[in-house]
Ligand binder design. Structure first.
Ligand code: IPD
Ligand code: CA
Ligand code: CA
Length: 260
C-alpha cells in the first residue's frame, strides 16, 4: 500500500513532538560547566548538544518520511525525492547557549517544493514554542498569536543578533528614526515579533536554516518576512521580519542589499 501524505495537522503534531524532545536534549547541556565548546572552520561555536539534537531530529524525520530531503547546519544535506524538505537548526543562538543565556532556540521548517509550509521556533529554556502552518494560523504555546500594530518607527523596538554584521552607518540611521535597538536576538527576535512584543527583527547575515521558519510564522501572525532587498524569500542570505505595518519604512532605511 502506498504511504498516505501527512495532513497539515499531522505535520504540526510531529514537529511539536520532535522539537520539544530536541529542546529537552539541549537543555540537559545548558549551563553545564563541563560543556566543551568547539570551533568550526568559520570560527563559530558548536557543542555536543548541537550535534546530538540534529542527529535526533534527522533520525526521527527520516524514519517517518524516508523520501524527504533534509538540510541542517551540522551535517551534510540529504537529497530526497518527495518534494518535501526539512530545514533544521538544532541550536540557533549557540553564542547565547554557550554563554549560559537562555535565549537560544531549536528551529524546524518544512518546505513543499521550496515553499515554506510550516515553521517552528522552540525556546526550551524559556518554555516558549511558536509554531505556524500555512493557512493554519500561528500559535504561541498553543494559543493563537499576532504581531503588534505599531505603525511608527519612532518608539518601535528592533531586534538583532549582534552589531558586528551591520554596515557602517546603518544602525545610526535606525536610531535617528527613533527606533530602539536590542540584541541577543537570533530566532528569539522573530519569536518576539510573531508574539507582538517587538516590532521588527533584522539579520544582516543569515543562512537558510537560520530563517527558514520565519516567513510562514510571521505571515500567519499577520506580519511580513523578506530579505533586505524586499524579496519574499527565506534563501536571500539575510532576513527582515516585522509586524508588516512598518516593513516598507524599515526596508527603506536598512542597508540596501540589491534594491535599486
Ligand atoms: C546565528 C544566528 C544569527 C545569525 C547568524 C547565525 P547560530 O546562528 O542565527 O541570528 O545572524 O548569522 O550564524 O550559529 O547561533 O545557529
Ligand atoms: Ca542559526
Ligand atoms: Ca545553529
Amino acid at each position: 500500500m502506498a504511504p498516505t501524505s501527512p495532513t497539515p495537522a499531522d505535520l504540526v503534531d510531529f514537529v511539536t513532538e520532535i522539537i520539544t524532545e530536541a529542546g529537552r536534549m539541549t537543555l540537559e547541556y545548558f549551563q553545564d560547566p563541563a560543556l566543551v565548546v568547539d570551533r568550526k572552520l568559520d570560527g563559530t561555536p558548536v557543542t555536543v548538544a548541537d550535534r546530538l539534537a540534529e542527529r535526533f531530529l534527522r533520525e526521527q524525520i527520516l524514519e517517518r518520511f524516508p523520501t524527504d530531503s533534509i538540510v541542517g547546519e551540522e551535517e551534510d544535506d540529504v537529497a530526497g525525492t518527495s518534494g518535501r524538505a526539512w530545514i533544521i537548526d538544532p541550536i540557533d543562538g549557540t553564542k547565547s547557549f554557550t554563554a549560559g543565556v537562555p535565549l537560544f532556540a531549536n528551529l524546524i521548517a518544512v518546505l513543499d517544493d521550496d515553499v515554506p509550509v510550516l515553521g517552528a521556533i522552540n525556546l526550551p529554556a524559556l518554555d516558549e514554542l511558536v509554531l505556524a502552518s500555512a493557512g493554519g494560523g500561528a500559535f504561541f504555546n498553543g494559543q493563537p498569536t499576532r504581531v503588534s500594530d505599531t505603525a511608527d518607527l519612532r518608539g518601535a523596538y528592533l531586534m538583532t543578533s549582534g552589531l558586528t554584521y551591520w554596515p557602517e552607518g546603518s544602525l545610526e540611521r535606525l536610531t535617528a528614526e527613533g527606533m530602539t535597538i536590542r540584541t541577543w536576538a537570533d530566532a528569539y527576535g522573530y519569536a518576539l515579533v510573531a508574539t507582538g512584543r517587538v516590532a521588527a527583527m533584522v539579520d544582516p547575515l543569515a543562512n537558510l536554516w537560520d530563517v527558514a521558519p520565519m516567513q510562514v510564522i510571521l505571515e500567519e501572525a499577520g506580519g511580513k518576512f523578506t530579505d533586505l532587498a524586499g524579496t519574499r524569500t527565506v534563501a536571500g542570505g539575510n532576513g527582515v521580519g516585522s509586524n508588516g505595518a512598518i516593513h516598507e519604512k524599515l526596508l527603506a532605511i536598512l542597508p540596501n542589499h540589491g534594491r535599486e
